[in-house]
Design a binder for this molecule. Sequence first.
Ligand SMILES: Cc1ncc(COP(=O)(O)O)c(C=O)c1O
Length: 383
Amino acid sequence: MLSDRIQRLNPSATLELANKARRLRRDGGDVVALSVGEPDFPTPGFIRDAAADALDRGETGYTDTAGLWELREAIAEKLGRDNSIRTAPENVLVTPGAKFGIFLAFQTLMNEGETVVLFDPAWVSFEAMAEITGAEVRRCPLDSEMLPDEETFKEAVEGASLVVLNSPCNPTGAVYPERLTRSLVETAVDAGAIVLSDEVYEKIIYDGRHFSPASEFDEVVTINGFSKAYSMTGWRLGYVHADPKIVERMSRLQSHSATCANSFAQHGALAALVSGERGEAAISEMVRSFRKRRDYLVDALNGVQGMRCVEPKGAFYAFPSFDLEMGSFELSNRLLERGVAATPGAAFGPGGEGHLRLSYAVSEDRLGTAVDRISSAFEELSE
Ligand SMILES: Cc1ncc(COP(=O)(O)O)c(C=O)c1O
């Protein structure tokens, strides 16, 4: 009567925790939500204006399944400019959020029973998407710096059809060095696998440089979007870059599911890409704020007895390890009782156990309150 496949699926741990924190707040509780996966800045005004203008002009119908042609052109140009991917609009599919793009990619690239390699820990939805597709997940552990180890990866990729890379990484904040990414993709391609490169945090980097493997390898499907770079999470707009044959198949699936991405949101996204300086200035200001908060948070966490935090190089997450007599799910519950929503590291895979993921997409003031609460919780819990 009900689908076993969906029955087996766990709800997104990150979204569930955010919902719980929201519910507690609604009931009058004071919870600092360090569980959120979205920038706490408004979408830049010129992007909002462009979408509002499109609405006023009556741009309220369906667009082409693969997205507005002008937007696909602008994305192709952006990929050339920012990512050294020389490409064409036919290689681009606009999707309702990067997440739906990843969903389409899994459905299009994988057969039931085939193997996908995920690093451990990895963002929660990769595993769920594999399960929906009927694919097998093989986890590849990370080293102590939260980076893939080339030798371990070589073994993990044997016989796999798909490998998921995600730099800057959610949940760890790690940014893969260019040389490492190149070597991982070479290994994957030699083993006959396709690489899905999720680059949604590419603009939020503090140290190092973003490298898009599709600039050098044809066997890469690139995922990106507008949520994180332009604070547009609620607009639901992302895109996929791939070989036109793959784009055509994904587009077919999109035509029978979402139909297309929201029309006026696409006009807003177009403004974001063709704005030149304005868009880049908005991003730089956001990254400056995130950097300040990261510096504060990492310092403060390393001052908490029983916690150790490696400095994240990108995204807006810290992934500290802790030394307490309990697992990360229990610690997360204990912290929620004390007014801090922190995602358990084990939600991202067994390799995340012993860690928490803390999003610093909250004001410095709230971050200070959270650190005070974490600090006193650790004093209590380690007694
Ligand atoms: C690694 C990663 N990929 C994709 C997404 C989805 O982004 P979007 O809002 O564009 O669907 C997220 C959002 O949290 C993410 O962390």
